[in-house]
Write a protein that binds this ligand. Structure first.
Ligand SMILES: Nc1nc2c(c(=O)[nH]1)N[C@H]1C(S)=C(S)[C@@H](COP(=O)(O)O)O[C@H]1N2
Ligand SMILES: [Mo]
Length: 253
């Protein structure tokens, strides 16, 4: 004779669990307000899930024939500081991009160093909050690969981008979270339309964070810092426009 197990088998447990859950639901559904809250919670859960999965989605990429004949510049068109002028005069041979903060191995990368990472080229549409768009081709290493090379630490939550320019007298900076930092189309672009980036578009290197509006795409990159929080950086809202004109920090498109 086979002895009966002392514990109920798995099927009994699941059935019992479902029974309990159903009994719980029945009770909640007797109270309309509670039912509304429950169903709203479910909607929110689904919306959140959709938002999270959508954040990994790729933006459309275009064919060379679709590239805009004119890609305007916006914001700073030349940082014009003595430091930047000196770098520019040396054709950016002395430019270094610092990667620091919550990383195991702080980096100081030249343009040649950026070129040694695997390169991604993408033809994407830039959308400025002011209401213009342009399609251009961008090339550079994935930001995620650069952060991996630096050994991002577990406590890092955001990546802050410091630029060479002052805009209206204040330093231009931006920040993104790690989902956007590791998005496959987020790159440190040193080439645009198959040429070195020109000064108007952010030479020698600018961020392309394709899931976001134009102001997140920091030009004239000088320093990338991994941080646990945005508090204490600038006025604490994560970017020049966020701090000074209350643009949204999350500018996802
Ligand atoms: N450092 C820096 N980055 C910047 C800006 C700026 O003024 N300074 N302007 C932003 C805005 S509002 C837009 S639309 C794009 C414009 O990029 P473009 O000049 O290559 O068209 O850069 C963004 N990155
Ligand atoms: Mo913009």
């Amino acid at each position: 004779m086979i002895a009966r197990p002392l514990l109920p088998d798995r099927r009994t447990l699941i059935a019992g669990g479902a029974g309990l859950a159903l009994a719980g639901c029945d009770r909640v559904i007797q109270y309309p307000a509670a039912r509304d809250i429950l169903f709203k919670g479910e909607d929110m859960h689904r919306a959140l899930q959709r938002a999270l999965t959508d954040r990994d989605a790729l933006v459309p990429e275009f064919a060379p024939a679709q590239m805009s004949p004119i890609f305007r510049t916006n914001g700073t068109r030349d940082p014009g500081t003595p430091d930047y002028a000196a770098l520019r005069a040396g054709r950016f041979a002395d430019w270094r991009l610092a990667v620091d903060g919550l990383v195991a191995r702080p980096l100081s990368l030249s343009l040649a160093d950026l070129g040694r990472f695997a390169q991604r080229a993408q033809i994407t549409r830039h959308d400025c909050v002011e209401g213009w768009s342009a399609i251009g081709k961008w090339q550079g290493p994935r930001l995620g690969d650069v952060l991996k090379a630096a050994g991002l630490r577990d406590a890092a939550r955001y990546v802050v981008f410091r630029c060479a320019d002052l805009y209206g007298g204040a330093p231009y900076y931006e920040s993104i979270d790690l989902i956007d930092a590791f998005h496959p189309q987020t790159i440190l672009a040193w080439a645009m339309n198959d040429r070195f980036l020109d000064v108007g578009h952010g030479a020698p290197c600018r961020l392309r964070v394709e899931r976001h509006l134009g102001y997140k795409h920091a030009k004239y990159l000088m320093r990338i810092t991994a941080v646990p929080t945005l508090a204490g950086i600038g006025k604490g809202r994560g970017g020049y426009w966020e701090d000074n004109v209350d643009y949204d920090w999350y500018a996802g498109i």
